[in-house]
Design a binder for this molecule. Structure first.
Ligand code: GLC
Length: 535
């Protein structure tokens, strides 16, 4: 009984009502607007300089690197030009040590090394060709060739972008903390390490994963208009959407094309309402934040994304375990549970370690609807060293996990709903009856059961959207968005490299890339050209 009533009390604390949803949307819209007017706001509203979305006819072979929160993916993407693509990739977990290393060089070196492995494994022809070229030093015409891969770099952290392949890191998120990278151009940091390995790769475009998702969704889902929003609900959460240029009031340093009258904005909504004007806040949220590497920042993300949900649950459960009057994960004797055994939790259980409860078990809990919750109980045993968990334990775990996830889904709807309202598409006669397309990606939205259904329930409750509006919002998975989207932006970047280098420029570029051996050859080529010019 004590456990049941404690569970009910906790579940109630995570309730996020329709009224809360509406209050959240109003504040979200206010903070969207604030971020369009000035810099330094909690939601950064970063202009991306991407002014159009693809229509599916784009073609070519590009390389993409996706540095997410958990994994590094290196992929090559062949855009087939008919709304389809073919993708090859290698995926490796990012070592925890590199996330908090002293110098970011270690992280970028790790990425470059993985690019090298990938190219040798999947595109040996390019690699070999490049090596041959470096040894033989052919002509400028030859140097500017297709054998240099254009790479789209999906870097899923807040970056002040000043051009298509240039952007300065604003802050780390998702547990990364490498101070020396702040304020640096992350493309240059990567290019440096790529050059150190003499790889035939040029970092051509810098892309946030949400922007990539938006691009990929527009490429793959044919429609009268492209997608409105690309959003990630994974380790972290964020969204990029299409905004009218006329609404962007703050200064933009870089050059951009004004012909579409629009620009993709990376909202960095993970930091929506850092000031906690409206976000729901329990004592468990406060504890999580205080113990994080970035207290006071990414407050929305800390209530929504996969990295944090397991940790919130762990903190809640630990508070129950500390209360001796509540029989969670322990029995006094074997008659107290349905397995006629004694439940206990091992001292080394992940439950007692920061980040020790992987959010994935919340999906297992939500999926297990069997009368004895057998699958969840097995998982509690194998993942969290709970020996012989009782049915009551499993019920409590399931209910609390569901409440935390449901709050996350409804908060996600606040973000999506606000962006839909901001676009004005629901009331614009030009879009009457048209679906409003939202591409989503990330482990949470993909694997947590009914995450989208819970989002839709909340969307229906939003003033100005309602049932009819929610029906027009088409939230679809944009798998591989960050890879395909990065390739698409690398394509745009490649088409912008219109200007052919002069021989001198070519040689200078070659010099910066060449090894000591070839430098001598470059020098003699420069001399020769100087002599020829003089003659
Ligand atoms: C974090 C990052 C953001 C990224 C998101 C999803 O919120 O700050 O840039 O898009 O995670 O990966």
């Amino acid at each position: 009984m004590a456990l049941t009533s404690a569970t009910q009390r906790l579940v109630a604390q995570f309730e996020y009502t329709d009224e809360n949803v509406n209050i959240g949307v109003k504040e979200f819209l206010r903070q969207i607007d604030e971020g369009l007017h000035k810099s330094g706001t909690s939601m950064s509203q970063i202009p991306t300089y991407v002014t159009a979305v693809p229509n599916g006819t784009e073609k070519g072979l590009y390389l993409a690197v996706d540095l997410g929160g958990t994994n590094l993916r290196v992929c090559s993407v062949r855009l087939n030009g008919d709304n389809t693509f073919s993708l090859t990739y290698n995926k490796s977990p990012i070592p925890k040590l590199l996330m908090v290393a002293k110098s970011s060089q270690e992280l970028f070196k790790f990425i470059a090394e993985h690019i090298a492995v990938f190219i040798k494994e999947h595109h040996y022809d390019h690699y070999e060709h490049h090596i041959r070229r470096r040894e033989t030093m052919s002509s400028p015409e030859g140097f500017r060739d297709e054998h240099i891969f254009r790479l789209g770099f999906t870097f899923s952290f807040p970056v002040q972008q000043v051009g298509i392949n240039k952007g300065f890191l604003i802050r780390w998120t998702k547990g990364f903390d490498i101070p020396d990278a702040i304020g640096k151009d992350v493309c240059a940091l990567l290019q440096e390490e790529i050059d150190r390995l003499h790889l035939p790769v040029k970092v051509a475009a810098l892309v946030n994963d949400t922007v990539g998702t938006l691009m990929a969704r527009s490429y793959t889902s044919p429609g009268k208009t492209g997608a409105l929003l690309g959003a990630i609900f994974g380790t972290g959460t964020n969204g990029a959407y299409i905004e009218k240029l006329s609404n962007i009031k703050k200064d933009m340093e870089g050059e951009y094309d004004t012909s579409t009258g629009e620009m993709v904005i990376n909202t960095e909504w993970g930091s929506f309402d850092n000031q906690l004007n409206v976000l729901p806040t329990t004592t468990y949220d406060i504890k999580l934040d205080q113990e994080s590497v970035n207290p006071g920042i990414q407050m929305f993300e800390k209530r929504v994304s996969g990295m944090f949900l397991g940790e919130i649950l762990r903190i809640v459960l630990v508070s129950l375990l500390q209360d001796e009057s509540i029989p969670l994960f322990h029995d006094d004797n074997s008659s107290h549970n349905d397995w006629k055994s004694t439940t206990s939790i091992a001292a080394q259980s992940g439950m007692f370690k920061k980040w020790g409860l992987d959010s994935a078990i919340m999906s297992v809990a939500a999926l297990d609807n069997t009368p004895d919750l057998g699958t969840l109980r097995l998982e509690l045993d194998s993942q969290l060293d709970v020996y012989s968990p009782s049915l009551e334990d499993a019920h409590a775990f399931k209910a609390i996990a569901a409440a935390i996830a449901r709050r996350a889904a409804r908060l996600s709807a606040v973000a999506v709903g606000a962006i839909v309202l901001q676009s004005g598409k629901l009331t614009d006669p030009a879009f009457a009856g048209e679906p409003i397309d939202v591409g989503v990606d990330g482990s949470l939205v993909e694997h947590y059961p009914h995450f989208r259904t819970m989002m839709y329930e909340a969307l229906k409750a939003i003033d100005g959207i309602g049932e009819a509006g929610a029906e027009r919002i088409r939230i679809g998975i944009a798998k591989d968005g960050s890879g395909v989207g990065a390739a698409l932006i690398a394509l745009v970047a490649a088409s912008m490299e219109k200007k052919r280098p002069t021989t001198i420029e070519w040689l200078a570029q070659m010099r910066s890339e060449a090894s000591l051996k070839t430098l001598k050859e470059v020098d003699s080529a420069v001399e020769q050209e100087a002599e020829e010019t003089a003659a």
